[in-house]
Design a protein around this ligand. Structure first.
Ligand code: KG4
Ligand code: ZN
Length: 378
């Protein structure tokens, strides 16, 4: 399906149709959106994992369109993302997704001031598809090409919907990453801690796989957890007894596996809900414990950011958002997270990061090579 998040109406329009319909093939003849003078419009393209996404964002923080084609159907039978399948699906879908993003924004190609693509980190096949498509647009439209770091896009996305000032303390929790950092500017990130093994998103996905809940695991676990007892199963909190800002989640995942094996898969629906609730509660406690440590670390260095930000797919989880908001309140910090549909992978965060870089004069040459590994801020 395609989830399109409209400009005026931010509600989700889930369109169950093939994106290659006639309407998505044609750009509007009359452009309904009128640019404010000097306003820059940027197209952002995301293809680093299993979402083919494109969005148009204006300088004024206005999201003119946000189209996400989620490859859930392509990967469902594998209970995870298959890189080759993802790359092929990006290649098939990207023209329609981009055309639709321009049509939804009611603009034409000549209205774009620049084009940005997620150029890493991620699965190299998808990155090559997205970056090459974007470079070709830049070349033919004679506008700048901006190579965006996908993790930085998650890190800065909050500023698209809330005018958060630098510096802020960021907890970045997604399927591929887990980091706490101080965000000093759009290009300066100070990493305070990170995972030594799995990311929290991976833990959600692997536990969901053990319980045959499908991929991605986070949303299904969150849903089942609503009816469960979060205190029924006591699960480990790796690295929480050590004075480190680093995380570890693989022991937690193994503990859930052992729990399931011990009961020889003879769980009823309530047991399943209790496992989900206990697991989600444990992840939430680990995150709160670690962010609390990082805040104390900042305080001891007399750096006290006023805002705590969470972003990345796992930050869409409501229980985790609530726990982090409580933590922020205890420290007198404002807690902000992008709306859930901007926490998971999307084109708007790529376009926004493109805008932040464009304002700083940071554009790229067309020979920029996509990077499967690309640490934050490098
Ligand atoms: O940021 P994202 O869309 O992609 C990466 O950059 O990795 O994050 C995807 C991850 C998946 O592991 C998915 O299970 C998790 O985010 N996720 C959630 C929720 N929604 C997505 N985890 C917990 N609760 C959710 N509601
Ligand atoms: Zn992501």
């Amino acid at each position: 399906f395609i989830g399109a998040y409209g400009a005026q109406d931010r509600s989700v329009h889930v369109v169950h149709e093939d994106p290659s319909t006639e309407a998505t093939q044609k750009l509007p003849k009359e452009r309904m959106f009128r640019k404010k003078s000097n306003e820059t419009l940027i197209l952002g393209i995301e293809s680093s994992c299993d979402e083919t996404a494109a969005a148009v964002v204006a300088d004024s923080r206005k999201i003119l369109s946000n189209v996400v084609y989620s490859q859930e159907v392509e990967h469902r039978s594998f209970s995870g993302v298959v890189p080759e399948v993802a790359a092929r699906a990006h290649l098939e879908r990207i023209p329609e997704v981009v055309t639709r993003a321009l049509a939804d924004a009611a603009i034409g190609l000549s209205d774009l001031g620049a084009v940005a693509a997620a150029a890493g980190p991620g699965l190299i096949g998808g990155l090559i598809v997205g970056a090459t498509f974007t470079k070709a647009m830049a070349m033919s439209l004679e506008v700048p090409f901006i190579a965006v770091n996908h993790i930085e896009a998650h890190a800065l996305c909050v500023r698209l919907t809330d005018p958060v000032d630098f510096p802020y303390l960021l907890l970045l929790i997604s399927g591929g990453h887990c980091q706490i950092c101080l965000v000093h500017s759009a290009i300066k990130f100070e990493v305070l801690g990170q995972t030594l093994d799995d990311s929290p998103g991976e833990a959600f996905d692997k536990v969901a796989k053990m319980m045959s809940l499908g991929y991605p695991g986070g949303p299904s676990i969150e849903k089942l957890a609503l009816g469960g007892n979060a205190h029924r199963f006591r699960l480990p909190r790796p690295l929480c007894h050590k004075k480190t800002n680093d995380f570890s989640f693989s022991g937690l995942k193994t503990a859930v596996r052992l729990l399931i094996e011990k009961h020889e898969n003879a769980f009823n629906e309530q047991d399943m809900a209790d496992i989900c609730a206990s697991f989600q509660h444990t992840i939430s406690e680990i995150l709160v414990h670690k962010v609390n440590g990082a805040i104390e670390c900042c305080q001891s260095k007399n750096v006290v950011p006023g805002t705590l930000v969470a972003s990345g797919g796992v930050a869409a989880n409501r229980a985790i958002r609530t726990a982090l908001a409580d933590l922020g309140r205890r420290h007198g910090m404002r807690f902000v997270a992008p709306p859930p549909h901007l926490c998971t992978d999307n084109g708007a965060m790529i376009a926004w990061n493109g805008l932040e870089r464009f304002r700083l004069g940071l554009v790229n040459q067309l020979d920029f090579s996509p990077r499967p590994r690309w640490p934050l801020g490098s």
